[in-house]
Design a protein. Structure first.
Ligand SMILES: Cc1cc2nc3c(=O)[nH]c(=O)nc-3n(C[C@H](O)[C@H](O)[C@H](O)COP(=O)(O)OP(=O)(O)OC[C@H]3O[C@@H](n4cnc5c(N)ncnc54)[C@H](O)[C@@H]3O)c2cc1C
Length: 375
């Protein structure tokens, strides 16, 4: 999104994109890949990236902000930059995942899980730890594709507890219809052989365990000496510029946006696209010596797939709080599929006309000087 917006701007910019793989990965479809309902989530990079952008197939190993250079894992010669956008995203949680457990969140872990599922015996139990939207989508997809397996979804709190009452009820009804065993208020602490043990002492047999309890971001910013939060996310200001490093900007899952404009933002494609576009706008404003505008990005809906041909559309406030209205069943499944397709259309739209992507505004900025309860 950012590269296309910059490349198509009125400025004569040379834009380079660094990425370790030649394909763009639609991460929002990785549960489909893992469950075997879709062959791949890879899309040729050339179909979503402007033709005159330099594509560098490599991994950045270090950013040298003093000399404005990016170093590479392959050992190729470093490249210089005038402005750098940090958008390294997130992936499977690597720390805290017990041994013998499948991580989940990136293309490699989805491929491993896909193979692992095909090797399970009839009647084997698959446990998915973490019932956020990703865990729910994965549980439903696996249960539908593998009716001969027992699928268990384990949640620290209530499953789909962040949705409205009707939304959460619809998710639970669908999961139950797919035969998913829902275990709530269980904090999985350990995995011993083929057994999971929760903090409350609950012991659950498991032939295949998947950790879907949150994403981790790469350590690149921290290892490069850039300001990061405790979760290794690059700290940016309201304009998505990195404080103290005016030529470094950030977008997507790997950045920490200040609470004043980003308290409500969650790691999602729904946030990454507006952040990418806004970061590009900030870079252009800097080039034109204009003041940088604060980010304003909010939500309209949360879309959850519940196996093929079913889903839930939960309407939300700009600040991501659930509203009462939901759409469920096959209509929601159809809508979710259309929205997945639209993410690629938005990238391609920006490729054709820079500045074409628009997004919902965020909640009103928070006045940080007010006490929390008054905000
Ligand atoms: C199964 C699943 C379902 C999801 N469903 C939804 C959904 O329905 N709606 C929604 O809004 N979100 C969803 N998400 C979340 C969404 O996919 C992510 O939040 C989004 O992809 C983040 O975008 P990003 O651009 O920040 O990073 P990413 O999409 O993670 O892209 C980052 C890129 O940077 C590359 N990279 C990393 N390190 C380096 C380096 N050192 N050098 C060079 N390149 C590097 C990576 O290889 C990757 O290509 C889902 C995620 C998963 C896993």
């Amino acid at each position: 999104m950012a590269a296309n917006r910059l490349a198509g701007s009125n400025h004569d910019l040379r834009v380079s994109v660094i990425n370790p793989a030649t394909d763009f990965v639609e991460r929002i479809r990785l549960h489909e890949v893992a469950a075997g309902s879709r062959a791949t989530a890879a899309v040729p990079m050339g179909s979503v990236l402007a033709g005159h952008v330099d594509f560098i197939e490599d991994s950045a190993s270090r950013i040298d902000p003093d000399n404005r250079r990016v170093h590479f894992s392959s050992g190729r010669a470093p490249i210089g930059y005038d402005a750098l956008l940090y958008a390294v995203g997130s992936g499977q949680a690597s720390s805290g995942v017990p041994e013998g457990v499948y991580g989940f969140g990136d293309a490699e872990s989805a491929a491993r899980l896909r193979t692992g599922l095909t090797r399970l015996d009839h009647g084997a139990t698959v446990s998915i730890v973490g019932a956020g939207l990703t865990g729910v989508e994965l549980a439903a997809e696996v249960a539908q594709q593998y009716p001969q397996l027992r699928v268990r979804l384990i949640s620290r709190g209530l499953i789909a507890g962040g949705l409205s009452d009707s939304g959460s009820q619809a998710v639970r009804t669908r999961l139950a219809a797919l035969g998913v065993d829902m275990v709530e208020n269980a904090d999985v602490q350990r995995s011993g052989g083929s057994t999971l043990i929760s903090s409350g002492g609950l012991t659950m047999p498991s032939d295949c365990t998947v950790w879907a309890a949150g994403f981790r971001v790469p350590r690149l910013a921290r290892d490069s000496g850039l300001p990061t939060d405790a979760e290794d996310r690059l700290i940016v200001d309201e304009s998505l510029s990195c404080p103290g490093y005016p030529d470094i900007f950030g977008a997507g899952d790997a950045v920490r946006v200040p609470d004043s404009v980003g308290r409500h933002l969650r790691m999602s494609c729904a946030s990454a696209l507006p952040l990418g576009a806004h970061a590009a706008d900030s870079i252009i404003a800097r080039l034109e010596n204009r003041p940088l505008a604060p980010l304003s990005a909010g939500y309209l809906i949360q879309c959850i797939s519940l196996g093929r041909r079913s889903g839930l559309i939960q309407t939300v406030t700009p600040g991501d709080r659930p509203r009462r209205f939901v759409v469920r069943g096959s209509l929601a499944g159809l809508a979710k599929e259309q929205i997945c397709r639209m993410t690629l259309s938005w990238l391609r739209g920006e490729l054709r006309r820079s500045g074409s992507f628009k997004w919902p505004k965020g909640p009103l900025p928070v006045d940080a000087s007010l006490p929390v309860e008054a905000r």
